[in-house]
Design a protein around this ligand. Structure first.
Ligand SMILES: Cc1cc2nc3c(=O)[nH]c(=O)nc-3n(C[C@H](O)[C@H](O)[C@H](O)COP(=O)(O)OP(=O)(O)OC[C@H]3O[C@@H](n4cnc5c(N)ncnc54)[C@H](O)[C@@H]3O)c2cc1C
Length: 572
C-alpha cells in the first residue's frame, strides 16, 4: 500500500529551514509545542518514510483497542482546534477497523449479544483521526519512526511502510499466553477476539449437531466434551456462558440431554476467578460444580494431540474442543522496538504514562507496566485489565496535551475496586468496593456495569435492545458456521474442492490425495448396517426415523473438523 490507500496524505519531507522554524513559532503561539523539534532527531527523516511536516504535530497511536480508541477520542476532543487548523493530526494504526469490548465476548458467544454490537467502528467514533487498518511491525523511537504493514502492502509485497511521528502512543495490548503444550497450536482456540467468540459458539452448536447425528459413541462423546483451560474471568465466563447456552439448546435435540454434555475447567492454581476474591472464587466453584461442570484445580493440560486432552492428573479426555485462556502476554511488536521492557515483556512506564527514559513515547493498558502508586508493596504494577486501561487513557491523553503545551504532567493513581463476572443467564458473582454479591443481583450488576462502560450511546442502545428482545423471546441456538466458508457451496457446485478453513488451529492435518478423492465421491447407498435397528432411537437417527448423516457425509458437507475456525463474517 502506498500512502494514499492508507488514508495518510503524502506531505513534503521535514526540513530545518528558516521557513519551518517560523511555522514552528506560529504553532507555539497557538499553544502547540513542537515537542519533537526540541530534540536532536527530526521525526521520520529516514528515506521512504511518510514524513512529518514541521507545522503539524503527528501523534501516532498504535492499537485500536481500549487504550488506542479512548486515547484517540480524548485527544481529538482536547486538540479539536489544533486538528481543525491543521496543526495536529492523529493517526491510528489498528489491525481491525473496530475496537472490541472484550468483557462482552462471553455474552456474544452465548448469543445474548450480536457480534456487531460488541465492537465499535473506529471510523465512526474517531472522525477527527486518520485510521490506517494495518499493523505496526517495528518502532525506531530514536528516529521517531514506526513501520507498519497493511493488507494492501502485504498483497503488493512492498514491505513495511515507515511513518514519522512526533508523539507515539504504543497500545498494542496483549495476546494469549501459550505454553509449549503438544497439539495446542493445532487444536486449541483462544478467547480474546470477537472472531474466536463467535467461532466457538458456532463450533459448540455444531458439535451438538454432530453428536446428535452420529452413530459412533466415541465420536459422540468427544463432540460433547468441552475443555476450557484457565480459571481467570475470560475462561470462567466463556465456559459458564457457553455451557448455559448449550444446556438450553439440548431441549431442541431429540437425542441430547443436558447431562450428556461434559464441560471441564482446568486450572493450574488452587483457585479460580482471583479478580473477585477468595470467597467469591470458592462460591463460583460450588456454583459451577452444581451445574455438573468438572472443575479441576491444581491441574494442567499436558497435551491435546490427536484430539485427546491429557491432563496432569493422568486423565485422558477425547475432545474436539480445547479453549485456551491461560493468561496473556504483551503483544509481540513490543520486542521490535528500541523502548525498554520489563522481565515480562511489558513496556517500562512511569506513573505519568511515559515510557521510562524516553521522551514523546507513551503507553498504557495491557502492554504497559505502569507502577501502581496505590499499592502497599513497592514495585507493584497495574494488572492488565480494562478497569486500569480505561482510566489510564484519561490521564494519558491529558498528559500528552499537557506536554505539547509545556504544562506539568499528572500521575495515574487508581485503586482496584474489584470485579463482576457473569456465570450464564441470571447468574453471576461480584466483589466491588468490598461488597460481595452472587446469583441474580451480581448478574444484574454485571450487565448494568458493562452497559454503562460500553462505548457510545449507539452501542449501549443496541445492546440493551438485544437484551430486552432476548428476554421476550427464546434464545437463538442456530449455528452459522458455514458463514465462515461462504464459497464452499459454490466451489462444490462448480466442481472444485471446497477450500479448507484458513485458521489452522481447527483443522485436521492436511488430507491425503486419496482421502480428498474419497470425500468428493458421491455418498454410498446406505447398506443394511447403516439402517437403524427397529425402535432404535439413539444417535444417528433423525426425528422422522431416517438415518442420520455418517461422519463422512458430515465432513464433506460441513467440515466438522473445522467449524468455528476462521474469521466470523456475520452474526452467529
Ligand atoms: C474475554 C475477556 C473478558 C474480559 N473481561 C474483563 C472484565 O470483565 N473486566 C476487566 O477489567 N477486564 C476484562 N478483560 C481484559 C480487558 O479487556 C483488557 O485488559 C483490555 O482490553 C486492555 O486494553 P488494551 O487497549 O491494552 O488492549 P486491547 O483492548 O486488547 O487492544 C489492543 C489493540 O491493539 C491492536 N494491536 C495488536 N498488535 C498491534 C500492532 N502490532 N499494531 C497495531 N495494533 C496492534 C489489537 O488488535 C487491539 O485492537 C477481559 C478480556 C477478555 C479477553
Amino acid at each position: 500500500m502506498r500512502i494514499g490507500s492508507a488514508g495518510v496524505q503524502q506531505e513534503p519531507p521535514v526540513t530545518q529551514s528558516a521557513e519551518a522554524v517560523d511555522k514552528l513559532r506560529a504553532a507555539l503561539r497557538h499553544g502547540v509545542v513542537k515537542a519533537a523539534h526540541s530534540r536532536d532527531t527530526a521525526p521520520g527523516t529516514m528515506p521512504g518514510t511518510i514524513p512529518c511536516t514541521p507545522s503539524r504535530t503527528r501523534i501516532l497511536v498504535a492499537g485500536g483497542g481500549y487504550v488506542g480508541m479512548y486515547t484517540a477520542i480524548r485527544l481529538q476532543q482536547q486538540l479539536r482546534r489544533e486538528l481543525q487548523r491543521g496543526e495536529a493530526e492523529i493517526v491510528v494504526v489498528s489491525p481491525t477497523p473496530y475496537m472490541t469490548y472484550q468483557p462482552f465476548l462471553p455474552e456474544a458467544a452465548a448469543g445474548s449479544i450480536s457480534p456487531r454490537h460488541v465492537v465499535v467502528p473506529l471510523r465512526r467514533v474517531l472522525h477527527g483521526c486518520k485510521i490506517v487498518v494495518g499493523e505496526v511491525r517495528s518502532v525506531d523511537h530514536a528516529r521517531r519512526t514506526a513501520a507498519f504493514t497493511t493488507l494492501a502492502s502485504d498483497e503488493e509485497g512492498t514491505g513495511a511502510i515507515p511513518i514519522g511521528y512526533h508523539e507515539l502512543v504504543l497500545a498494542p495490548g496483549s495476546v494469549s499466553r501459550t505454553l509449549p503444550v503438544p497439539g495446542l497450536a493445532e487444536y486449541a482456540i483462544g478467547f480474546k477476539t470477537v472472531e474466536e467468540a463467535i467461532g466457538l459458539r458456532n463450533h459448540v452448536i455444531e458439535q451438538m449437531d454432530i453428536a446428535s447425528s452420529t452413530r459412533e459413541p466415541a465420536l459422540r462423546d468427544a463432540a460433547l466434551t468441552f475443555v476450557v483451560v484457565g480459571g481467570g474471568y475470560a475462561g470462567v465466563e466463556a465456559l459458564a456462558e457457553l455451557e448455559d447456552m448449550a444446556r438450553y439448546a439440548t431441549r431442541y435435540y431429540h437425542n441430547l440431554r443436558p447431562e450428556d454434555l461434559r464441560w471441564v475447567l482446568v486450572e493450574a492454581s488452587d483457585r479460580i476467578l482471583p479478580e473477585v476474591g477468595a470467597a467469591m472464587g470458592t462460591y463460583t466453584i460450588r456454583e459451577l460444580r452444581a451445574r455438573n461442570i468438572d472443575v479441576r484445580l491444581g491441574t494442567r493440560l499436558d497435551s491435546c494431540e490427536n484430539r485427546v486432552a491429557v491432563l496432569s492428573d493422568g486423565s485422558r479426555l477425547p475432545t474436539r474442543t480445547v479453549v485456551w485462556t491461560a493468561g496473556v502476554r504483551p503483544a509481540p511488536v513490543l520486542a521490535a522496538t528500541d523502548l525498554p521492557l520489563n522481565e515480562h515483556g511489558r513496556l517500562r512506564c512511569t506513573a505519568r504514562l511515559t515510557v521510562e527514559g524516553s521522551e514523546h513515547a507513551w503507553s498504557a493498558g495491557d502492554a504497559a507496566a505502569v507502577p501502581d502508586v496505590t499499592a502497599d508493596e513497592p514495585g507493584t504494577v497495574c494488572a492488565p485489565n480494562a478497569q486500569h486501561a480505561v482510566r489510564q487513557t484519561k490521564v494519558l491523553a491529558e498528559n500528552i496535551v499537557a506536554s505539547l503545551r509545556g504544562q506539568p504532567l499528572k500521575t495515574y493513581a487508581h485503586k482496584y475496586v474489584g470485579s463482576v463476572a457473569s456465570l450464564g443467564l441470571h447468574k453471576g458473582v461480584a466483589h466491588v468496593y468490598g461488597r460481595k454479591l452472587k446469583g441474580y443481583p451480581a448478574w444484574l450488576m454485571h450487565r448494568a456495569y458493562h452497559l454503562s462502560r460500553m462505548p457510545t450511546f449507539n452501542r449501549k442502545a443496541r445492546v440493551l435492545a438485544e437484551w430486552i428482545l432476548s428476554g421476550l423471546f427464546t434464545r437463538e441456538i442456530v449455528s452459522l458456521g458455514s458463514l465462515e466458508h461462504p464459497r464452499a457451496e459454490f466451489e462444490l457446485a462448480a466442481g472444485g474442492v471446497p477450500s479448507r478453513p484458513l485458521a489452522r488451529h481447527h483443522e485436521d492435518p492436511p488430507l491425503s490425495a486419496r482421502e480428498r478423492k474419497r470425500r468428493q465421491a458421491p455418498p454410498p447407498p446406505a447398506g443394511p448396517s447403516a439402517a437403524p435397528a427397529p425402535g432404535d432411537d439413539g444417535p444417528g437417527v433423525l426425528p422422522d426415523g431416517t438415518p442420520g448423516g455418517t461422519p463422512g457425509e458430515d465432513l464433506r458437507r460441513k467440515d466438522p473438523n473445522g467449524p468455528g475456525a476462521g474469521p466470523a463474517t456475520g452474526d452467529g
